[in-house]
Design a binder for this molecule. Structure first.
Ligand code: CA
Length: 225
């Protein structure tokens, strides 16, 4: 899942970015309508989060513009304007939902999840490999219906491996997926995430093996159908 956050308050941008990473999703954060338009033109997003009061214009105009251009990605409007007519004009402009500031993380993530479930880019919201299942929207991985309790980085690695199940995934690709969690990625971050993932998979009989392909990468293989 990849989200675009358009918010000019640096503080809110940091807080929301942290919350989004905590949910196991990727996010690109920008501060202006200009940057948002550029980002949407080159990246397929699963959800757009749009503040209304932006330095180079009104977020509602951005929402209208996206819809006019045929962008179908769900849009959640973040607004400090609580007046009822402002809310209605947000939905009229083509937003799918709105959230009035201040809001708490739990409410924010719940709204995001609801919209991600109907995202048109979400081709396979539930990934399956033998007894192992990963709900990409919620980030919950289960084995025979038991929650594995994965941390965000473990989820990101598992998502890439499950999408490529049966094929060797290059280390570089997995590291790229992890690097979007911030710049503090250490050289052994991937190895660490893989070893934690293995530890969490081990006690369960998921019917998969996570193999190291020396010098190349990793492979998630179904050992039972
Ligand atoms: Ca603002």
């Amino acid at each position: 899942m990849r989200l675009l956050l358009v918010e000019d308050s640096a503080r809110l941008r940091d807080l929301l970015t942290e919350a989004i990473h905590g949910a196991g999703w990727r996010v690109d954060a920008v501060a202006t309508i200009g940057e948002a338009t550029e980002a949407v033109a080159v990246t397929p997003y699963d959800l757009l989060l749009v503040d209304l009061g932006l330095p180079d214009g009104d977020g509602l105009d951005l929402v209208r513009e996206f819809r006019r251009e045929g962008v179908q990605t769900p849009i959640l409007v973040l607004t400090a304007r609580a007046a009822i007519d402002e809310r209605i004009s947000g939905l009229d402009a083509g937003a799918d939902d709105y959230l009035v500031k201040p809001f708490n993380n739990g409410e924010f993530l719940a709204r995001c999840r609801a919209l991600l479930r109907r995202a048109p880019n979400t081709k396979t919201p539930i990934l399956l490999a033998a007894q192992l299942s990963l709900d990409v929207a919620t980030g919950v991985a289960t084995c025979a219906n038991v929650d594995l309790g994965l941390a965000p980085r473990e989820r990101m690695v598992l998502e890439v491996l499950m999408r490529e199940a049966g094929r060797v995934v290059q280390k570089r690709k997995l590291e790229h997926a992890l690097s979007e969690f911030g710049d503090e990625l250490s050289s052994n971050a991937l190895e660490l995430a893989i070893s934690r993932l293995r530890k969490k998979l081990e006690p369960h009989d998921c019917g998969v093996s996570l193999e190291t392909i020396r010098g190349v990468g990793y492979l998630l293989r179904e050992t039972t159908p």
